[in-house]
Write a protein that binds this ligand. Structure first.
Ligand SMILES: Cc1ncc(COP(=O)(O)O)c(C=O)c1O
Length: 688
């Protein structure tokens, strides 16, 4: 008979903590935090033995003494090389399976711990955790791995962050078989912080213990959640901390990732040919050569898979522009490719409508709050042009108020600095207003009484709506008898499946979707209220490829996949890591006043500023150059997709760390321009 695996929980503890020294022995109710943690872990049914692993520094003598007086097994090892400490502790206590717990999590739940360990014991995997996706509160993290996996990591890992953060080397599906455990309810949107890093965290945990832990009462996740439901102000005690800040900080201590050797010969030869036959060498301004540092960036990509793209010279990059947003699952997603391939065998373009038009339209009406009817287009510009035309027909008015970018058609582009070729009579009808400034929209109504057909805007870009801005626009348009249109080209299928209107709970009359709707296949849609949409019986919105079936098949499969695989949750989570990691690193390198990562996690923007606070394309170019040299395709916006896994985010942050160090040095020396190895990137729109 096989021997039952010996499961050892190793509780990582030390007195040193930059923000809360000695925290692990801080009292909570009647006993030190570490004792609560050990007692809770001992309650787990799957754990045979609990060992506290601390450092060999004199400051941690207190932990050893504490453990010995309480009959708790203790092991001492390296402070920096925590992987080594874990390996030696696990080896000394003959672990077959190791459970990693940190001593700053006094609300750790034995039932959750058991759930993770049982999956490890039942399945043939190397590593199981409940933090692949953050469906549990921060502070309920459990990781478990085989001793064999630990030993392999111990032998192979050499980067400081991989030595300091025991499992960062193991958490890579290319090296190990890994599996996740998730909570039945995804708690990530609540951003619950139950770990103890800051004084406010300790205050929060003490408040919980005071209410639930008296007389040695046992309590776990359900009881704490119920408590927070009855006393929501408790969660506010420590809201807003950064999860995993220690990992991001440790990346800064690593040696910088060096540039890779790469060739641009084929890209440059193609560019020379393109210059002769393609004005501006691109079909899409933001993908063109002016948006990347010439001489450093590839100009042409030849293929892509998942979150990776390959340039024509063979250089590989992690992709963040993601074709300007459409790739929401990943390049070449097998489910979508399968659906499209099957459809291709049945036909692409037909002489009569195809059933997919009905099917996808029905799906969209089920997902998007304002959608009662749907018409399809190919580009986002089709959808926005169709929506404003319908709004004009509905109201019998001509003036449009807009905010954001809405595509290449006359009605919108005439209002920008790229207005050549647009008649003055058309330009005069579209009037921009400012985001989060309701008075600027009201002014348009005041100055053009009874003439405003529609207010069209991106419901959010990088900045969040403030002071009920969206609700106020809803009221204003309702009062004025004008149509409210949300341009959800970017927010749709990203903030939420139903777009920003679902996320913010404000329903427009019409909305425009595109980009991510079909994972890269060309499809857009105008959706909205039946009363207005019905006008498309008369309003001309008709083109040869409107019902092209491959893109519709792709859309159907994309929507199904997004629902099946909780894609939106993944985008939020990985995006938050990228954003937090960048901002922590920028702070550590002393450049947080010059660059930061803003926006909603599924799509963030890294901005760069000069010493006056104005946008700096020079610093952006230098940062981009250093990213490109190390294998990250960076263009400012970071779009996340399902294929961006944790290992890809870690790799990106290592590249960002190298680029930020160079940026910091250039700012200090004032020589960013001379470090550029090519032409800086240019704005798509000149400043008016
Ligand atoms: C918010 C928004 N609206 C409209 C468009 C136009 O879409 P397309 O380029 O597909 O015509 C874009 C494109 O980037 C966009 O971001």
């Amino acid at each position: 008979m096989r021997r039952k695996p010996w499961v050892v929980a190793v509780v990582q503890a030390r007195m040193g903590s930059s923000r809360l020294p000695n925290k692990v022995l801080e009292p909570i109710l009647d006993r030190p935090m570490l004792q609560h943690v050990v007692e809770r872990v001992r309650q787990a049914q799957t754990v045979e033995q609990v060992v506290v692993a601390t450092t060999d520094r004199p400051a941690d003598d207190a932990i050893e003494t504490f453990c010995r007086t309480r009959c708790i097994d203790v092991f001492r090892g390296s402070e920096e090389d925590v992987l080594d400490r874990f390996y030696r502790a696990s080896s000394a206590f003959h672990a077959d399976v190791v459970v990693r717990i940190t001593a700053d999590c006094p609300l750790i739940d034995p039932a959750v711990l058991d759930k993770v360990v049982r999956r490890m014991l039942d399945e043939n995997v190397d590593y199981v955790t409940n933090r692949l996706r953050y469906t549990y509160p921060d502070g309920l993290d459990v990781e478990t791995f085989s001793f064999a996996a630990l030993e392999k990591a111990w032998k192979e890992a050499h980067l400081p962050a991989d030595r300091e953060h025991v499992t960062s080397y193991i958490r890579n599906p290319e090296r190990f078989r890994i599996a996740g455990v998730e909570n039945a309810t995804d708690l990530s949107p609540r951003n619950l912080r139950w770990t103890v890093d800051e004084p406010s965290d300790l205050q929060f945990v003490r408040a919980v213990y005071e209410r639930l832990g008296g007389n040695g009462n046992r309590f776990g996740l359900p009881e704490v959640l119920a408590l927070l439901d009855s006393e929501p102000e408790l969660a506010r005690i420590n809201a807003g901390g950064i999860r995993n800040e220690g990992f991001y900080s440790s990346l800064a201590r690593e040696e910088a990732v060096p540039p890779r050797s790469r060739s641009l010969v084929t890209s440059m030869a193609l560019l020379a040919r393109a210059r002769r036959v393609i004005p501006s060498c691109t079909q899409t301004m933001s993908k063109g050569p002016t948006q990347f540092v010439h001489g450093v960036a590839p100009v042409f990509l030849s293929h892509a898979k998942g979150c990776r793209v390959w340039a024509v010279d063979g250089n590989e990059y992690i992709d963040y522009p993601l074709a300007l947003g459409p790739v929401i699952l990943g390049h070449g997603d097998p489910a979508v490719t399968g659906a499209v391939t099957r459809q291709m065998a049945d036909g692409v373009s037909f002489s009569l409508p195809h059933p997919l038009e009905v099917e996808v339209a029905e799906m969209l009406t089920g997902i998007i709050p304002c959608a009662e009817m749907v018409r399809f287009g190919k580009n986002g510009s089709d959808a926005t042009a169709g929506a404003v035309r319908a709004a004009r027909a509905f109201t019998g008015r001509e003036v449009l108020a807009c905010c954001g970018y809405h595509g290449w058609q006359d009605w919108y582009i005439g209002s920008t600095t790229r207005n050549r070729g647009v008649p003055e009579s058309c330009r005069a009808l579209t009037l921009p207003f400012s985001y989060n400034d309701i008075s600027s929209a009201e002014r348009i109504f005041r100055e053009h009484p009874g003439r405003v057909a529609a207010v069209i805007l991106e419901p959010t870009g990088i900045v969040a709506p403030r002071d009920g801005f969206l609700e106020k626009l809803r009221e204003l348009t309702f009062r004025e008898g004008s149509v409210l249109i949300f341009d959800e080209m970017i927010t749709g299928f990203r903030l939420a499946l139903g777009g920003a209107q679902q996320y913010f709970g404000v329903t427009p009359d019409l909305a425009c979707f595109g980009k991510a709707i079909a994972n890269g296949y060309p499809l857009s849609a105008v959706v909205g209220r039946r009363e207005i949409m019905s006008l498309f019986d008369e309003v001309f919105f008709s083109f040869t490829f409107g019902g092209e079936a491959l893109s519709l098949a792709a859309a159907r499969e994309t929507i199904l996949e997004m629902q099946r695989r909780n894609v939106i949750g993944h985008l939020w989570e990985q995006g938050r890591k990228l954003q937090d990691g960048f901002n922590v690193l920028a702070r550590i390198f002393g450049v947080a006043s010059r660059t930061d990562c803003r926006g909603y996690a599924p799509r963030t923007l890294i901005g760069f500023r000069d010493e006056t606070g104005a946008e700096s394309l020079l610093l952006k170019s230098l940062f981009q150059q250093e990213c490109l040299k190390r294998g990250v395709l960076f263009a400012g916006a970071q779009n996340l997709c399902l294929a961006h896994g944790e290992a890809d985010i870690d790799e990106t942050l290592r590249v960002y760390r190298a680029a930020l160090a160079i940026l910091a040095d250039a700012i200090r020396c004032g020589d960013a321009a001379s470090r550029l190895e090519g032409e800086p990137v240019q704005p798509v729109f000149r400043k008016a």
